[in-house]
Structures are given as structure tokens and as C-alpha cells.
Design a protein around this ligand. Structure first.
Ligand SMILES: Cc1cc2nc3c(=O)[nH]c(=O)nc-3n(C[C@H](O)[C@H](O)[C@H](O)COP(=O)(O)OP(=O)(O)OC[C@H]3O[C@@H](n4cnc5c(N)ncnc54)[C@H](O)[C@@H]3O)c2cc1C
Length: 259
């Protein structure tokens, strides 16, 4: 049984996110107190409020946020976090995901959850090839049976529950589907997108990154604007070098030569 389709659900987000980021940005340059400037329930994603004339060149909260983000002054973005529930990714993908250290994770355990009927992710290159996909499916079936036999044999020796599953899981494949809850602040999300939306990133984590980016753009367009995504979007060139570039943007040297 192949795994569920990739599903990403936004579970929670810092309330009044635009106000929080806006106030944090303003605090850097204002003698006033962010606590006073903070106006809950006045999200600029849906309503434009003029900033006091003469105080700032930016007419709206979003405009200031966009300007600050574009300037690379990203620390105000750390005050807003987003929590996502993810399913339908492989353990191979989640391993890449959890390499991002400035995030919080809660992942389905292979100790506490019985993996006898584990679902799995099949790469399309394999799924699209009749012979390879047959071999792949047969291997998954074989692993399931052997997992069952190991758990049974351990149970007979008196090793039960998670004492058994924690050892039986050693034969599970990287293809095994997992479920995970991820929390990242907006600065880390931008960084995550810069490396994982890049065409050089492996397809499964890139697919996840693109789905997260789609949700972020929908929720907070002033933070996740047109430059959010692979790093070339912001740089205007590809920093990956001739061997790895996808060709979407010129290489750094070419961009410099062309001014
Ligand atoms: C295309 C691609 C190929 C990859 N191939 C491999 C591979 O072959 N082998 C492998 O092991 N990994 C590989 N990785 C993973 C990569 O090395 C990083 O571990 C992963 O992308 C997490 O990125 P990060 O460390 O920048 O980000 P995060 O952990 O998300 O951190 C964000 C930023 O915070 C700062 N930061 C975080 N922690 C520290 C710290 N301890 N010290 C200083 N600054 C810190 C850094 O500026 C960092 O960029 C690959 C990644 C990609 C995108």
C-alpha cells in the first residue's frame, strides 16, 4: 500500500502576525514603545492603515515589512512562527527536513506506532517503470512480512511492545511514510525555501518546500513576496556553479559580466 499523498496543513500561526512583525520593525527605529504601537486585530493583509505622515516613507505596514525583508534585516521575522502538520513524506525526506536546526519537530515514532502495515512513498521514476515498480512493491511487501516475523520472534522471547518494535524497525526502508509536526519562524522558513525550493534540492523535499511556500504566500504575502523561494529569486543569479545550475538564472559570473 503506497503512502498517502503529500498533505500539508497549517495548524497555527502567531496571532496578528503582520502587526507583530511591523511593531518589531518599527521598534528598531522609533523612540516610541512597540507595546503601545502594537494594535491587535488590525491585520494589514486585509486592511491598509497609513503610517503617521513623515514618520516613515512606507505607507502601509506591508510596505514597511517588504522593504525591511528586502534589505536583509530579517530578525523581526523571528517573532512570527508557523506550525504545519505534514503527512505523505518518506523517512528519507523527513531526515532532510530535520537537518534544519532552527525549527521544532514532533515526528510519529517507529517505536510506539506499530509499523507492520507501514505505508511508503514511491518515486515517480520507479512508479512509472513497470518492472522497477513491481520489484519495489515486492520489496516493501517482503520487509513487512519480515518485520512481522521479527516482532513475533521477539515476543516469543518475552521482548514485547516497544522493546520489540524499536529493534524490528531497523529493517524498515527510507521509503516508509512518516507524519510530522513542524514549527518554524518566518526567517527560518525563508532560509528553508532558499535551499529547498532550489531545483538542486532533491525532488521530495523540494515538493514539500514548494507546498509550504504556497501556504506561506497565501497567509503572509508581505513576508513571503516574490523573492521568497529558491535563493536565485532573491540573488538574481544562480550561485550553484556550472555543474549544478538548472539554468533558470545566469551563473554569478555571467550576471556580473552582464552588469
Ligand atoms: C542540495 C542540497 C544538498 C545537500 N547535501 C548534503 C550532503 O550531501 N550531506 C549532508 O550532510 N548534508 C547535505 N545537505 C544538508 C545541508 O548541509 C544542511 O544541513 C541543511 O540544508 C540545513 O541547512 P542549514 O544548516 O543552512 O540550515 P538550518 O539548520 O536551518 O540553520 C539556518 C541557518 O542558521 C545558521 N546556523 C544554524 N546552526 C548553526 C550553527 N551551529 N553554527 C552556525 N550557524 C548556524 C546558519 O546560518 C544556517 O544557514 C544538503 C542540502 C541541500 C539543500
Amino acid at each position: 500500500m503506497p503512502g498517502a499523498e503529500l498533505t500539508v496543513k497549517l495548524m497555527a500561526m502567531t496571532p496578528d502576525a503582520v502587526d507583530v512583525v511591523y511593531s518589531a520593525c518599527r521598534q528598531c527605529y522609533s523612540p516610541a514603545f512597540a507595546g503601545d504601537e502594537f494594535r491587535p486585530h488590525r491585520s494589514e493583509e486585509t486592511r491598509s492603515t497609513k503610517v503617521d505622515a513623515g514618520e516613515d516613507a512606507c505607507a502601509t505596514k506591508e510596505a514597511l515589512i517588504r522593504k525591511v525583508v528586502a534589505s536583509g534585516h530579517e530578525s523581526p521575522l523571528e517573532h512570527v512562527s508557523m506550525t504545519f502538520a505534514v503527512r505523505g513524506i518518506s523517512r528519507s525526506c523527513s531526515h532532510q527536513l530535520v537537518r534544519h536546526r532552527l525549527a521544532s519537530y514532533s515526528q510519529q515514532s517507529q517505536r510506539y506506532v506499530d509499523m507492520e502495515a507501514f505505508a511508503y512513498v514511491i518515486p515517480s521514476s520507479i512508479a512509472g517503470d513497470a518492472e522497477l515498480s513491481k520489484m519495489f512493491e515486492a520489496t516493501m511487501q517482503d520487509i513487512r512480512q519480515k518485520y512481522h516475523r521479527i516482532v513475533e520472534a521477539l515476543n516469543k522471547k518475552g521482548i514485547k511492545g516497544e522493546e520489540a518494535t524499536q529493534d524490528a524497525r531497523f529493517i524498515l526502508p527510507e521509503a516508509a511514510e512518516t507524519k510530522i509536526v513542524v514549527t518554524m519562524n518566518c526567517r527560518e522558513l525563508l532560509h528553508f525555501f532558499s535551499v529547498r525550493c532550489c531545483n538542486r534540492a532533491q525532488w521530495e523535499i523540494r515538493r514539500l518546500a514548494n507546498e509550504l511556500l504556497r501556504i506561506c504566500k497565501e497567509e503572509l504575502p508581505s513576508i513571503f513576496g516574490k523573492e521568497a523561494g529558491a535563493k536565485c529569486e532573491r540573488l538574481g543569479y544562480c550561485p550553484e556553479g556550472a555543474r549544478y545550475t538548472c539554468g533558470r538564472y545566469p551563473l554569478k559570473e555571467e550576471a556580473e559580466k552582464n552588469g
